[in-house]
Ligand binder design. Structure first.
Ligand code: NAD
Ligand code: UPG
Length: 449
C-alpha cells in the first residue's frame, strides 16, 4: 500500500521504516530540513538498535523516501500517518499544536480520492473528531477545493519502547484501531496483515497478533491507560522498595516473589530511581489534566507522580547518608540517558540528580556509552563527560549507576575501586551483582535491598 508518515521522530521514523520493510511504499515527511537531508543521505537522526540497517535496505529497494514536501506525501499516501510530537505544556496538558499544523496541512493538500488519516501521535481523548474538523477547515480555505475528497480518521496508538522500537514493531502485543468506519478499519487491517500474521516476528509460530477495534475515544484512552498503569506499577514497586529499605527486606526478591503470580506478572517491577523519558511523565500528566477538565480528581495517578518525584532524589539521599557533606565531593554518574539503548535525554532522571547535586555543591562527572561532551545539551553544562568508566571512577568519592546499560555489567570494577577516593557505588537500578562489587572493593548500596 502507499503510505505517508508525517513527523520522523522515534515513532514516525520507526513506523515508516518498518512499514516499508514489510512491503509498503512509504514517504516520510519532516519539516526539519536538516533532518530530511540527513535521512536522505541514509543516516538515522536517532540511535535505535537495528533501525539504520533496515532504513538502508528499504531505501535501496526503492520503497522508502524522505522529503519535506507535504503536498507530495499527501498525494502519494492512501494512508496518512500523523506522528508528530505532543509534548506537555507547563499545565500538564498535551500541546497539540504540531498535530493541528499537520492536520491543516493535510486538508490544504488533499486532492481527491479516499484517504485514511491516522493519529499515531498520543493525543488527548476526543482528538480524532477534532483532527477531522481541522482537516475540513484546511480543505474549506482552498479556492480550488476539490469535490471528490473523502477521508476518515483512525486512532492507532503506538506502544513501542525506545531502545527496542524495531523489535516491538515486529512483535507487538496488540494493534489498536479506533474508528467508526468499516472501510478505514479494513484498510488498516490490510496494512498491518503481515505483522498480524507474524511474518516478521522473532517467533512466527505464535498465534496471530490480536487486533483491538474500538471507537475513536476508547482507542485514545487505551494509550493513556496503558502508560498510566505501567508508570503506576513502577511507582508501586518503588514504594515497596522504600519500605524494604526500612525493614531490611530485599525488593528484588520481593519483586520476583510477587511477579510469579500471573495476575501481577514479572514485568515493570524493577525498583530504582524512578520513571522518566518522553512518554510516561507527559502522558500521566495529560491524563490527570483531562480528568481535571471533567472535575474528577485522580488520587491514584497523583500518588504515582509524587512517589516518582521523590524517587528521583533517592540516589542523592543515599549519597548524603554515605558521604554526609556533598559540597566539594566528586560524584561520577554511570549513564545519563533515561534508559539503555537510546540517546534520548527527555525527562531523564539523570537531569534531576544533576540539578540537585549542583545545588548541593558537588562536582559531577559522567560516562554514558552514547552521550558525548560534543553532543551535550539538556542542562548538562556543569557535567564533565568522561570517555570511559575507568576515567570516570578516577578520584570520585562515589559512583551512581543511573542507566542500566548492559556494558556496565562487565566493567573492571576492581580497577575502578582502586582509583576512587572512596569506593562507594549507589546502584540506582538494582542492576549490578552486589557480591561481585563487594569483592571488587566497593561499598555497595542498592535501592530497597
Ligand atoms: N518516543 C516514543 O517512544 C513514543 C512511543 C509511543 C508514542 N509516542 C507518541 O508519538 C508522538 C511522536 O513522538 P516522538 O517521540 O516520535 O516525537 P519527536 O518529538 O521525537 O519527533 C517529532 C517529529 O515531528 C516533526 N514535526 C513537527 N512538526 C511537523 C510538521 N508540521 N510537519 C512535519 N514534521 C513535523 C519534528 O521535526 C520531529 O522530527 C508523540 O505523540 C508521542 O507521545 C512516542
Ligand atoms: O521496571 C521498570 C521498567 C521501567 N522503568 C523506567 O521507566 C521508564 C520508561 O521505560 P520504558 O517503558 O521501557 O520506556 P519508553 O520507551 O518510555 O516506553 C514507554 O512509553 C512509550 C511511549 O508512550 C510506550 O509506547 C511504551 O509502551 C512504554 O513502555 C524508564 O525511565 C525506565 O528506566 C523502571 O524504573 N522500572
Amino acid at each position: 500500500m502507499r503510505v505517508c508518515v508525517i513527523g520522523t521522530g522515534y515513532v514516525g521514523l520507526v513506523t515508516g521504516v518498518c512499514l516499508s520493510h514489510i512491503g509498503h511504499h512509504v514517504i516520510c515527511i519532516d519539516n526539519n530540513e536538516e533532518k530530511v537531508k540527513l535521512m536522505k543521505s541514509g543516516q538515522s537522526p536517532i540511535y535505535e538498535p537495528g533501525l539504520s540497517e533496515l532504513m538502508h535496505s528499504c531505501m535501496e529497494a526503492g520503497r522508502l523516501e524522505f522529503t519535506s514536501d507535504l503536498a507530495a506525501g499527501v498525494d502519494h499516501g492512501e494512508i496518512l500517518f500523523i506522528a508528530v510530537g505532543t509534548p506537555a505544556l507547563p499545565t500538564g496538558e498535551s500541546d497539540t499544536r504540531y498535530v493541528e499544523a499537520v492536520a491543516r496541512g493535510i486538508g490544504e493538500n488533499l486532492n481527491g480520492g479516499y484517504k485514511v488519516i491516522v493519529n499515531k501521535s498520543t493525543v488527548p481523548i476526543g482528538s480524532g473528531d477534532w483532527v477531522r474538523m481541522i482537516v475540513m477547515d484546511g480543505l474549506a480555505k482552498r479556492e480550488d477545493s476539490p469535490r471528490d475528497v473523502e477521508f476518515d480518521v483512525v486512532s492507532n496508538p503506538e506502544f513501542l519502547r525506545e531502545g527496542s522500537a524495531v523489535y516491538d514493531t515486529f512483535n507487538p502485543d496488540r494493534i489498536v484501531l479506533g474508528s467508526n468506519n468499516d472501510k478505514a478499519i479494513a484498510m488498516m487491517q490490510e496494512l498491518y496483515q503481515p505483522l498480524v500474521d507474524r511474518k516478521f516476528a522473532d517467533d512466527p509460530s505464535l498465534p496471530p497478533v490480536p487486533v483491538v477495534v474500538t471507537d475513536l475515544n476508547s482507542a485514545e484512552m487505551i494509550k493513556y491507560a496503558a502508560n498510566a498503569f505501567l508508570a503506576t506499577k513502577i511507582s508501586f514497586i518503588n514504594e515497596v522498595a522504600n519500605i524494604c529499605d526500612r525493614v531490611g527486606a530485599d525488593v528484588t526478591q520481593v519483586a520476583a516473589g510477587i511477579g510469579l503470580d500471573s495476575r501481577i506478572g514479572n514485568k515493570f517491577l524493577q525498583a530504582g530511581i524512578g520513571w522518566g523519558g518522553s512518554c510516561f511523565p507527559k502522558d500521566v500528566l495529560a491524563l490527570i489534566h483531562t480528568a481535571t477538565d471533567y472535575n474528577y480528581e485522580t488520587e491514584l495517578l497523583n500518588a504515582a507522580v509524587s512517589v516518582n518525584k521523590r524517587q528521583r532524589l533517592i540516589a542523592v539521599e543515599k549519597l548524603q547518608q554515605e558521604l554526609k557533606i556533598l559540597k566539594g565531593k566528586t560524584i561520577g554518574l554511570l549513564g545519563l540517558t533515561f534508559k539503555p539503548d537510546t540517546d534520548d535525554m527527555r525527562d531523564a532522571p539523570a537531569l534531576i540528580i544533576i540539578e540537585q547535586l549542583n545545588r548541593l555543591g558537588a562536582k559531577i562527572k559522567a560516562y554514558d556509552p552514547i552521550v558525548s561532551q560534543s553532543g551535550l545539551s539538556h542542562g548538562l553544562s556543569n557535567v564533565l563527560i568522561e570517555t570511559d568508566a575507568e576515567m570516570l571512577a578516577d578520584s570520585c568519592d562515589a559512583l551512581v549507576l543511573v542507566t542500566d546499560w548492559k556494558e556496565f555489567l562487565s566493567l573492571n570494577y576492581g580497577k575502578m575501586a582502586q582509583v576512587m577516593a572512596n569506593p562507594v557505588i549507589i546502584d540506582g537500578r538494582n542492576f549490578l551483582d552486589r557480591s561481585k562489587l563487594e569483592m571488587a572493593g566497593f561499598h555497595y548500596v542498592g535501592i530497597g535491598r
